[in-house]
Design a protein around this ligand. Structure first.
Ligand code: BDR
Ligand code: CA
Length: 312
């Protein structure tokens, strides 16, 4: 058995998903065994292509598998291309990928890798939770093989409605099933917004340079997110998904509350897509670790470390 921790990133790349994958691959303690793509920021056809290209560009030797094309029940009638660009990855132009997708669907790949990891797998989800819900539907004993499950999603407020964060909003039915079955580490908007990067952080990252393919890609991403990912009413820019990966790499990054959380998925509910955080004394299980506080400076330093890693 190797000393590195096997991880899977289920994602909808996505500008910030791309930073998250780059950060995970740069971490010497992680071994990315699979990247699985889901519909989300842009349609599945594009997130699939981007997932393949990211693995190729970053030189990640892992399975890349395709998952859901649409949410479980709701129509997929809204994307986030206004934030991530029409391709999903801002101004990045990838070379055609030289790797092939895995022939199996995401839910089988996630399950097979979970079994192979013998209880050590850390599963990240940085997109809508459709693939994770489908993995649970196809393989209901999945929870016993998962060591940790960390998501970017939800939080104490929304960005699509007052209540709903994008990833949960897109597929609240899937999110509801997943929160009911797996102990989730929730890196929500309250955390990612508090971890937003300043202009000065971007200037530092952009000055790091490097001629490698990953360095050039990171430079494009940072140029894009510096101008495109501003928090409302602020010059600071938010790189949501990388905070989820950072939270596992650095155990001191986040302070959590342990709470029972369920997802409202009623079509007509004003708060559809809300991650409802119940009071402390709610006895229901599984408990969710709700991220409540983040060390912003430490996150910014970690991201700069990623730029240095690929520049060297
Ligand atoms: C989440 O939505 C997507 O647009 C981002 O990639 C991130 O995962 C933030 O709400
Ligand atoms: Ca995402």
């Amino acid at each position: 058995m190797t000393s590195t921790t096997p991880i899977i990133i289920d994602c909808d790349p996505g500008v910030d998903d791309s930073y998250a994958i780059a950060m995970a691959h740069a971490h010497p303690g992680f071994d990315i065994v699979a990247i699985t793509a889901v519909e989300g920021n842009v349609p599945a056809r594009l997130t699939r292509h981007n997932a393949l290209c990211l693995a190729d560009t970053l030189g990640i030797d892992c399975r890349v598998a395709f998952g859901a094309e649409k949410p479980l029940r709701k129509a997929y009638d809204r994307d986030a291309s206004s934030i991530h660009g029409a391709s999903g990855v801002g101004d990045v132009v990838f070379d055609p990928p030289s790797i092939e997708p895995d022939p199996k669907p995401a839910w089988d790949v996630i399950y097979e890798e979970a079994i192979k990891a013998e209880g050590r797998l850390i599963l990240f989800a940085t997109g809508p939770l459709t693939n994770i819900a489908l993995t649970l539907q196809h393989h209901p004993d999945l929870p016993k093989y998962i060591n940790r499950f960390c998501i970017m999603g939800g939080g104490t407020f929304g960005n699509i409605t007052k209540f709903a964060e994008f990833n949960v909003f897109i597929d609240p039915t899937a999110a509801r099933e997943v929160f009911a079955q797996l102990p989730v580490e929730m890196i929500g908007l309250n955390i990612t917004h508090a971890a937003a990067l300043t202009e000065a952080d971007f200037q530092e990252m952009l000055a790091i340079g490097g001629d490698s393919r990953p360095s050039k890609m990171l430079h494009e991403l940072a140029t894009f997110s510096e101008r495109q990912s501003h928090l409302p009413g602020s010059d600071n820019s938010v790189i949501h998904d990388a905070v989820a990966v950072a939270s596992v790499i650095n155990p001191d990054l986040i302070e959590y509350d342990e709470r029972y959380v369920y997802v409202e998925d009623g079509d007509n509910a004003e708060n559809s897509g809300q991650t409802v955080i119940e009071p402390e004394d709610d006895p229901r299980e599984p408990k969710c670790k709700v991220g409540m506080k983040v060390d912003r400076d430490a996150f910014a330093a970690m991201l700069k470390g990623v730029f240095h890693h690929y520049a060297e």
